[in-house]
Design a protein around this ligand. Structure first.
Ligand code: AMP
Length: 128
């Protein structure tokens, strides 16, 4: 298996899982640019959004909505960005479709620099 996200989905690699259903998994990004930076992805390995069936796209969007609600509530965020990088040209590093969810608060320093954020502390805040 040469996809790191497939390894996480298969339970062969650890992650801070914040949401899971039959078709979708969401966990904290290992290099967060804001507190609660989360990746939401289909369990089936596809590279890009257009590779999903319409039905799968609905499953993923529904999961994003749930993750957004959870993050807004638990982190007291004021808003969020949802971003997909599709293709190397767009900065996609891992070729397994994933949506970045960035909870936003004033003074969060913006999305462009990785921050020193204790993932375990954020995970407890979200899941408690
Ligand atoms: P992208 O550039 O959209 O492909 O983003 C890939 C993201 O995956 C980056 O933000 C990485 O920090 C994140 N990432 C890579 N490996 C892991 C991992 N093992 N667990 C959680 N996030 C990861």
């Amino acid at each position: 298996m040469d996809c790191v996200f497939c390894e996480i989905i298969a339970g062969k690699k650890d992650c801070f899982k914040i949401y899971e259903d039959e078709n979708v998994l969401a966990f904290l990004d290992i290099n967060p640019v804001v507190e609660g930076h989360t990746l939401v992805m289909p369990k089936r390995h596809v590279e890009r959004l257009e590779d999903l069936s319409d039905e799968e796209a609905v499953f993923v969007l529904r999961a994003i909505k749930r993750v957004v609600k959870l993050l807004l509530k638990k982190l007291q965020a004021d808003g969020y960005n949802v971003v997909v990088n599709a293709g190397r040209i767009a900065g996609q590093e891992i070729l397994h479709l994933h949506f970045h969810v960035f909870p936003r608060k004033s003074g969060d320093g913006g999305l462009f620099t990785p921050k020193e954020i204790d993932l375990e502390r954020v995970y407890r805040k979200i899941m408690d």
